[in-house]
Write a new protein. Sequence first.
Length: 361
Amino acid sequence: MGIVVWIVVSTLVHNQIYIINLGFIYLLCCWTFFSLNTILFLLSFEVILVIMYFLINNWGMKLYKIRSSFYLLLFTIFGSVFLFIAIVILYVITGSTNFILLENFQFERNQQISLTLLFICGFGMKVPIFPFHIWLPEVHTETYTSGSVILAGILLKLGIYGFIRFTLFPIGIKYWTPVMFALTLMGSILPSINVLTQYDLKKIIAYSSISHMNVAIASWSTLNIWGNMACFFTSVAHGLSSSSLFLFTGFVYDRTHSIHYQPLFDYLPCFSIMFLLLILGNLSFPGTLNFIGELFSIVSLGNIDYSLIGLLLFNVLLTSCYSFFNMSILYLLGQARIIECYKDTNRIEFSFIFLLFAIFY
């Protein structure tokens, strides 16, 4: 995915500073994933967010880019305060910030409950889970296409990785599991309802991302093998599907100079069919990675309480509703706002699309 974004930006954005900043983001992402020290993990994570702040602030698309970049910095830095406090407490208790030593340390029950709450608040603002999600649609709407791809495909997954990496307190996680279920299931259903009122392509994909990420965290909270597999498959599938949809949104903007849904099938039939396949993948159509993730989520949550399956299936129903609503707009007959004459899909776009479908389906 990183190679795809790099080529897209190199082709569409002729700005060396922008490319250099993207290169730093990828290097810091590698540092974050391979770090065995909690301080280095947090430091690299925060530097990525600062770079994203400047990318949105300098290369944003709309008038409210400064407000959106401020939302990104405010919520994520505020979440980092909780993470920093938790890491300091870990160092005071254990005398180390090494992940391997922390995994083998025996924490007391009250320590696990307190540390788990701090990590949930910290990473919950970065994923984000309900009610800390209001910054994500604003940032997606204002940032450039490549920024949205990076945010959906990489940065949100760093928050998921943080939850998985700091699964050091099983007693604390079980203590806060009811609260996690309440927040994450509300965070999956309410954004899905809100999508039904949106016409902005980026906001539709952003709210869909929030819903998928909350389902992944709800599955992780079960602390069973099915939940871990559901969290993994949902995160990978979301990174591919949402990033692909944001790429297609950028392609639509290049042709129409608008990110609102328009009837494009009469003008761009091949492009519309590929867009349709991505929307089907996003709603967990059988045969896609999202379907596997949803299936594992149902199994993992069903092992805890059967009523959770009903809420999850209701969320799947809402996802189907707004997906078919979006597809109906895409295929309705009407006059699209085509400003410049482009071919249906050029060779560069088709190569990206083919690569994404090869991985996703």
